[in-house]
Design a protein around this ligand. Structure first.
Ligand SMILES: Nc1ncnc2c1ncn2[C@@H]1O[C@H](COP(=O)(O)OP(=O)(O)OP(=O)(O)O)[C@@H](O)[C@H]1O
Ligand SMILES: CC(=O)N[C@H]1[C@@H]2OC[C@@H](O2)[C@@H](O)[C@@H]1O[C@H](C)C(=O)O
Length: 380
């Protein structure tokens, strides 16, 4: 087994999650420490600006992009260094391989589903920034990266990638099961009785709520759902948002962090009070999950929720109100809901080194199970 460090910088742009996992890409051995290094306000602001600029950026040469990439990568290297200190202290173990997702700044996969045997539809595009060479030099470790582009080039959605890892972690849990991640965007993995996967992005999760809270209060997010719990969801705005064609569209499907921004503006959310706006966005996150469940082949026995959204009681209450099955944080299964995505990129890194598939027809819509990713350096 390889001793991996998985790194995920999610759509919330709040920081980098890092986690130590022993794995061969299929089985999961020891699970070690995990940590989050937040980004300083200047880096957060610049990454947010990068998202807005991404569609018009002149890729290789833009000095603003290069500066953001360097700062982002250095922060990742710091996370690796600190986590190695912890894994040495706690387990007496170092690491062999890093899984480096980078930061998605633009995600525009092709929309049509390729049929088996059709030529690949390469019109999609997904862009994760981060300097794997620099991270490898700074850490002295082999680095697996570029996890999404082979899938998009083959006509897949390029996301979500974590379902194969959810399935490995849930090996002994009763099925059918739904594993929900509520980050900036929500994504769900339905695991059937036979292990078959149906996975896709549910809709916006914390992203619009974070933006709303920042504008209304200056704070980075609605801590413990304080704002949302003090308000009432607006039925008319919710009704307009629920009509968004993404919700009814069958999977495979995935989202860019900003895909719903226009719909949110046009739905009139901007007219609401800070509290009612937050309540509406928290409820909308849950409504998107309920809409997602309609695309499952059968109802799950329960929902396990990871990601920062499980810490927002307004979202968790709204979920319990719209879903018919029990909704619980992933901790009930003994998992760490803050580290799950980072752990997944450690497992995916090991899969990259072994040429195992990362994506499947039921996850990204790719025609056949597909390997992906690239590696710099040789795992120790
Ligand atoms: N105590 C809390 N109360 C309310 N919300 C919280 C709390 N803690 C975290 N969050 C929310 O969770 C978000 C971060 O979640 P997470 O780290 O899972 O997202 P991410 O990994 O960046 O996104 P993605 O999974 O879409 O890539 C924060 O931006 C915030 O909205
Ligand atoms: C393009 C991209 O970076 N997508 C992220 C994002 O954040 C959540 C959701 O949208 C998910 O599809 C994906 O991340 C997870 C880690 C995934 O690929 O499984």
């Amino acid at each position: 087994m390889l001793r991996t460090i998985g790194l995920m910088s999610g759509t919330s742009l709040d920081g980098v999650d890092a986690a130590w996992v022993e794995t061969d890409g299929e089985a999961i051995g020891r699970i070690g420490p995990a940590l989050t290094l937040t980004y300083d306000p200047a880096l957060r602001r610049d990454l947010r600006r990068l998202l807005d600029l991404a569609p018009t950026l002149d890729k290789p040469d833009d000095p603003f992009l290069a500066d953001c990439v360097r700062r982002l990568t250095e922060r990742h290297a710091e996370a690796v260094a600190r986590l190695r200190e912890q894994s040495r202290a706690q387990l007496g173990e170092d690491a062999d391989l890093v899984g480096f997702h980078g930061q998605t700044i633009l995600h525009r996969p092709a929309t049509s589903r390729p049929a088996a045997g059709d030529p690949a539809d390469a019109s999609g595009f997904t862009w994760q920034v981060g300097d794997a060479g620099l991270l490898s030099r700074l850490s002295g470790l082999a680095v697996a990266y570029d996890f999404r582009s082979a899938d998009v080039a083959a006509g897949g959605q390029g996301a979500p990638l974590v379902p194969v890892v959810h399935a490995a972690m849930a090996a002994t849990l009763p099925k059918p099961l739904a594993v929900l991640n509520l980050g900036g965007v929500g994504n769900v993995t339905f695991i059937g009785r036979d292990g078959a996967l149906v996975a896709f992005d549910t809709g916006p999760a914390n992203g619009p709520l974070d933006d709303w809270t920042r504008r209304a209060t200056g704070r980075d997010y609605d801590q413990d759902g304080e704002l949302a719990l003090a308000g009432t969801a607006d039925g008319a705005v919710l009704g307009r948002l629920m009509a968004h064609p993404y919700l009814a569209a069958p999977p495979p499907k995935s989202l860019d962090r900003l895909d719903f921004d226009r719909a949110l503006r046009e739905a009139g959310a901007g007219e609401l009070s800070p509290q009612d706006g937050a309540a509406t966005l928290a409820t909308f996150c849950a409504v998107c999950v309920a809409a997602a469940a309609r695309h499952f082949p059968e109802p799950p026995l329960q929902w396990l929720v990871g990601g920062g959204g499980r810490r927002n009681p307004a979202i968790m209450r709204a979920l319990a109100g719209v879903l018919e099955q029990p909704v619980r944080p992933v901790e009930v299964a003994g998992w760490n809901g803050d580290a799950l995505e980072a752990q997944a990129f450690g497992v995916l890194a090991a899969r990259v080194t072994r040429g195992l598939p990362l994506t499947f027809p039921g996850t990204t819509g790719v025609a056949q199970p597909l390997a992906g990713g690239r590696v710099i350096g040789v795992p120790a």
